[in-house]
Design a protein around this ligand. Structure first.
Ligand code: B12
Ligand code: SF4
Ligand code: SF4
Length: 346
């Protein structure tokens, strides 16, 4: 009897203490979880602030693989390609564009940033015009340099995090990832728009192997507006959000490598020598945005006063004048082709 009594007391003691143990380890576990979450929140905030301090106007974070919205955008890319809306840009067909992890193994998050290129000195009062995005320093280099500085900061602050920079040329669905990171919404002209900065910014990305806290995507704010579609002179926005490259002035003046520009485009150039801003100029969200007047966005004198002189430049002069500019990506013969096409229809 006494033995049974002691056995029951021991059993009770064991049960109570094991419960205490489980409860205790749960508390420790929860505390760890909370401090991990707290750390993630803090480092995500710091990273975005670091990007703004580096000179970007907007920054945001998305988690990989992203929401169902990203699947919709990837399907839209497939439709765009199967309808041949990419014209001769065969590089747009790269399968890797649909899988961000093909750019960095074990990628968990992406930092998206916007670099404002809107300067008070743009050249658009001239007959000959180039897109605002291309008037200052080459934005690929400007953004790359800034992102590299942020990468160095990450090496110190998050040493176990690997990173990869992407600016325009990597096979990444940039606007969809920027939208996912909460930078803005994809407008009917297919550009990414932010409520404060309109769409006058170029995009850059740091793909990261660290899990971070994602931002909330915007809702579309185009509403009933159709201005971009109505004003496109070549009807290149064939339906909301879809640009058919073969009808777009930007495509023909920058990407088209043919000797001549198709007649229907040529007749509508109206001074555009490289790129086209019409569907952004008419956008209400672009009307009063803060300017970014820095050396990086200031156009060179010859761009501010663009005229027919550039037609007579030899390749050496071309090299000299275009050094460090985004437009360097256009070959001198294409530049001459574009100016001549404009003159024909002036
Ligand atoms: C190919 C390309 C071009 C081509 C094709 C344009 C295009 N719309 O795709 C051409 C040469 C014409 C071009 C022109 C320009 N380009 Co560009 N281009 C690119 C590039 C390399 C790929 C874009 C792409 O993925 N196209 C594929 C198609 C399928 O994508 P999409 O048209 O954007 O379609 C998306 C949306 O429409 C959306 N969608 C489809 N259906 C629906 C439905 C709903 C409801 C919604 C909400 C969305 C939606 O999903 C699609 C897939 O994401 C990117 C850089 C990059 N790596 O991403 C730069 C990029 C898009 N270009 C840029 C710029 C600045 C321009 C120009 C403004 C330059 C100029 N002034 O001339 C013009 C704008 C012309 C225009 N209206 O689009 C910037 C845009 C920045 C921004 N704020 O959005 C980018 C991001 C480069 C950069 N790193 O900054 N470009
Ligand atoms: S860039 Fe010019 S041509 Fe191309 S869609 Fe916009 S308005 Fe039309
Ligand atoms: S012009 Fe209107 S429809 Fe087009 S992108 Fe801007 S707000 Fe959207």
């Amino acid at each position: 009897m006494v033995r049974i009594y002691f056995f029951l007391i021991n059993l009770n003691y064991l049960l109570v203490s094991s419960k205490k143990l489980t409860f205790g380890s749960n508390v420790i576990h929860n505390k760890e979880m909370i401090s991990k979450l707290q750390y993630k929140k803090e480092i995500s905030k710091k990273l975005k602030e670091r990007a703004i301090n580096e000179g970007f106007v907007i920054s945001g974070i998305a988690s990989i693989p992203g929401s169902s919205r990203l699947k919709l955008r990837t399907n839209a890319l497939d439709r765009w390609l199967s309808n041949n809306h990419h014209g001769d840009m065969k590089w747009m067909e790269a399968q890797r564009r649909k899988n961000i992890c093909s750019l960095l193994k074990n990628a968990k998050s992406v930092l998206s940033v916007g670099f404002s290129y809107i300067s008070s000195q743009d050249n658009n009062n001239n007959f000959f015009k180039v897109g605002k995005f291309s008037q200052g320093e080459d934005y690929h280099k400007v953004i790359y340099k800034k992102l590299k500085n942020i990468g160095k900061w990450i090496n110190d602050e998050i040493p176990d995090c690997k990173w990869k920079i992407c600016v325009d040329t990597s096979p990444l669905l940039e606007k969809a990832w920027a939208e996912e990171s909460g930078l803005g919404w994809i407008g009917k002209n297919s550009n990414l728009i932010n409520t404060n900065y309109g769409s006058w910014f170029t995009l850059g990305f740091l793909i990261l192997t660290k899990e971070l806290i994602p931002d909330k995507p915007y809702q579309s704010l185009c509403g009933k507006c159709d201005k971009c579609i109505e004003h496109c002179p070549t009807e290149a926005i064939i339906e909301p959000f879809v640009v058919k490259s073969d009808l777009c002035i930007a495509y023909h003046t920058i990407e088209n490598r043919a000797k001549t520009i198709p007649k229907n485009i040529e007749e509508n150039l109206n001074g555009w020598v490289a790129g086209c801003d019409i569907c952004q100029d008419v956008c209400p969200w672009n009307k009063s945005v803060p300017l970014n007047n820095t050396f990086e966005t200031t156009p060179k004198e010859w761009i501010k006063n663009l005229n027919i002189d550039s037609l007579s430049w030899d390749d050496k002069t071309w090299e000299k004048n275009l050094k460090g500019n985004t437009l360097k990506r256009i070959k001198p013969w294409m530049w001459r082709r574009n100016i001549k096409a404009n003159l024909k229809n002036k």
